[in-house]
Design a protein around this ligand. Structure first.
Ligand code: ADP
Ligand code: MG
Length: 190
């Protein structure tokens, strides 16, 4: 299936999930995330979910990281919707978050961080394939952002659905995932 067809299909599939189904899958995804090696992570880039689009919730992991790895710095982005770019901020107790026009909380000020610092990224997606290729919302925000990150950054997609066989086309700007965590397990790509 093409990226466009997959985008449409998986948007619909996600919207058909009930709150209870999402919460159950969030718990399973969280449990698989715990099995990743967090020991050498210093800067973890996270996203706050697009509630109305049923994005996998990151809050269980964020709370767990804050409790168990308090030295890990959390990083959140502010999106520039016109440019399709993201600016990264340290997310600590001083960071003021404001709802953007998409209904996502984001930092509006604070300590800006270079992409070079980031060790791991939780990546939102609509669907991945068995090679780690990824379909997002079609605006390329994460492709542009990940292109600025270090080559050894670890990218972890979060998905309610198992990877499909193939995404086509994979475009030159697409950046594949290294891991995808689903309710059925943790997929590791080459
Ligand atoms: P998504 O990854 O959100 O599913 P696509 O891969 O289809 O979306 O990309 C959407 C748009 O973003 C494309 O039109 C592409 O030209 C643009 N884009 C993606 N990455 C880059 C980049 N690194 N530089 C410039 N444009 C980019
Ligand atoms: Mg892409």
């Amino acid at each position: 299936m093409t990226k466009g067809d997959l985008r449409k299909l998986y948007k619909q599939k996600r919207m058909a999930l009930s709150r209870a189904e999402c919460q159950k899958m969030d718990q399973l995804i969280f449990e698989y995330l715990l099995s990743l090696d967090w020991s050498d992570c210093r800067y973890l880039h996270v996203y706050l979910p697009f509630g109305k689009f049923n994005e996998p919730d990151t809050s269980l992991l964020i709370e767990w990281i804050r409790t168990n790895y308090p030295h890990i710095h959390l990083v959140l982005s502010r999106s520039d919707i016109q440019q399709g770019t993201m600016t990264n901020y340290l997310w600590d107790e001083h960071t003021e978050l404001v709802m953007n026009t998409w209904g996502i909380l984001e930092p509006i000020a604070g300590k800006m961080l270079s992409e070079d610092l980031i060790d791991m990224v939780l990546v939102p997606l609509l669907i991945a394939d068995k090679k780690g290729n990824r379909v997002g919302y079609g605006k390329g925000f994460y492709d542009r952002f990940l292109a600025q990150c270090r080559s050894d950054v670890r990218t972890i997609g979060l998905s309610y659905f198992e990877p499909v066989d193939h995404i086509e086309p994979v475009d030159p700007w697409d950046i594949a995932l290294q891991y995808c965590v689903c309710p059925s397990g943790l997929y590791v790509f080459e």
